[in-house]
Design a protein. Structure first.
Ligand SMILES: CC(C)(COP(=O)(O)OP(=O)(O)OC[C@H]1O[C@@H](n2cnc3c(N)ncnc32)[C@H](O)[C@@H]1OP(=O)(O)O)[C@@H](O)C(=O)NCCC(=O)NCCS
Length: 464
């Protein structure tokens, strides 16, 4: 018995050796022979039912669309995403608020509370991989689109939501950007110590949470390829902001063990309270930094540079600013010795930066690997040719507003190269989606139009 077993084993081994195992590693197909950038987009074949509005949700679905997903934006007939008509700059055209957040999507109008509208939505649910929404808490359920309903229709569906808060005392609250910045720890740690809390210009609550949600969605898609089933993905804006402000929660815990020595207030001899204070423009990391005036400030509101006194380049810093003795003077030579004197050190550095424009200073400092960055205005960013070349700033043409600038996909994939296409007009793709995605016949589409499920109220009256 034992002998026979052994010889069988040998035969099996011999057979196995002939298989081209390396090519099918991990169940993946053989590497594409097509040149990079020509093997289709990363999310080709993924279809998104996009029930998002305003900024947080649309940021997420725009990213997915840039990566190749077919994003079908559901909008209320006659009105659409509220941002189409907010901060309007060109009469009769969708606002930049809308156009800059809804590139590469298709738009269909559906009244989700209309009987026929619900039927169309159910058909869409069966045809899509992900439903993304950022309605006020409970709104999706009130439309009848509960998780149970969706999951029954399509067990593979991923349902992704942005809400202001996660489960807890505030879960039913509506939330906008600045509320999230305030409740997520950003505002209490932004601004100057002796001033009020401040919100930042970067939309970390809305766009930041949209980014978090996009990662949640692709992760759920990846897991679905193994499990075959969808799941719920939730990103609360408070959680997203807190995640981005995590270094401040780090500092909160450090406070128990003594003052935060990299904060200017330490050098100024001002005691710390029991919560992380606002630190002005002090660097958030262990390398002290400041915003310093350059030639032209303060008349030019952006003639400033961020200057970091990174420890490894302390010696070149001393040479550049004309204080070579600080390299060896024990009062300045070590990072620890410098911490109580940051105000004095930075005002000496500023004497030097004020003799240069921010771009001249940047050029000189970069030669010595001294970390720094000019304060760039939105005008300068809009005109920056290198950002145009990389597609981070793009010019888009729109039939109603003409050419406008937008931020392109900031995430660059070498095999999935994003092309920015203009945002859709309200309901522009309604017929196309009903016909090609949902297979409604011409007669059925005509009936749907008459039913009022996809038309604005005034058109409903005319149709009746
Ligand atoms: C952003 C927010 C404050 C806006 O509030 P809002 O303008 O009052 O909008 P809501 O989300 O409450 O939706 C309004 C209504 O439109 C309805 N609606 C939306 N699309 C519809 C459609 N296609 N057909 C019919 N009704 C539709 C909703 O069902 C809801 O009705 P209901 O309240 O009767 O259930 C809120 O949506 C919210 O808190 N969202 C979650 C957090 C978030 O994403 N905030 C950041 C936004 S950038």
């Amino acid at each position: 018995m034992a002998k026979a077993k052994k010889s069988k084993l040998k035969i099996v081994k011999a057979k196995k050796a002939k298989k081209p195992v390396a090519k099918k590693a991990n169940g993946l197909p053989s590497p594409s022979k097509k040149p990079f950038g020509q093997a289709g987009l990363a999310l080709d074949g993924v279809r998104i039912l996009d029930f998002t509005h305003v900024q947080s949700g649309p940021t997420c679905t725009q990213l997915l669309a840039w990566f190749g997903a077919d994003v079908i934006k559901i909008e209320r007939p006659g009105i659409g995403d509220i941002t189409r008509g907010q901060l309007v700059d060109v009469k009769g055209a969708d606002s930049l608020y809308f156009t800059m957040l809804n590139h590469n999507k298709r738009s269909i109008t559906i009244d989700s509370k209309h009987k026929k509208g619900k039927e169309i939505l159910d058909r869409l649910i069966k045809e899509c991989d992900v439903l993304v929404e950022n309605f006020a808490p409970g709104a999706l359920d009130r439309m009848g689109l509960t998780w149970e309903h969706i999951h029954k229709l399509n067990p593979r569906m991923i349902v992704a939501s942005v809400k202001g808060f996660g489960p807890g005392p505030y879960e039913d609250c509506k939330v906008y950007e600045n509320v999230a910045q305030c409740t997520g720890g950003s505002a209490s740690t932004t601004g100057f110590r002796d001033g009020p809390p401040l919100v930042t210009g970067a939309q970390i609550g809305d766009s930041g949470t949209g980014l978090h949600l996009a990662l949640g969605i692709v992760t759920a898609l990846y897991q679905r390829s193994r499990t075959g089933r969808g799941q719920k993905v939730l990103c609360a804006m408070q959680d997203g902001v807190l995640n981005l402000a995590r270094v401040k929660l780090r500092d909160q815990q450090r406070l128990k063990h003594g003052p935060l020595t990299e904060f200017s207030q330490y050098g100024e001899g001002i005691p710390f309270g029991d919560a992380v204070p606002r630190a002005g423009n002090d660097s958030g990391g262990g390398q002290p930094g400041r915003i310093l005036k350059c030639k032209g400030a303060p008349q030019d509101p952006n003639a400033y540079i961020y200057f970091i006194t990174q420890a490894p380049v302390w010696e070149p810093i001393c040479d550049v600013i004309g204080e070579p003795t600080w390299k060896t003077d024990p009062e300045y030579a070590t990072p620890k010795a410098r911490l109580p004197k940051l105000n004095q050190i930075f005002s000496r550095i500023e004497q030097w930066t004020m003799t240069k424009t921010k771009f001249e200073a940047m050029e000189i400092l970069n030669k010595y690997d001294i970390p720094c960055g000019p304060i760039l205005s939105m005008k300068e960013l809009a005109e920056d040719q290198s950002l145009r070349k990389t597609g981070t700033v793009v010019e888009v043409d729109h039939p109603k507003r003409g050419k406008y600038l937008s931020v392109g996909n900031p995430i660059k994939l070498s095999d999935s190269i994003s092309k920015v296409k203009r945002s859709p007009l309200l309901g522009e793709h309604t017929d196309e989606i009903l016909k090609d995605v949902l297979n409604y016949s011409a007669k059925e589409i005509a009936d749907i139009k008459l039913s009022g499920a996809i038309t604005a109220p005034e058109k409903k009256e005319k149709a009746a």
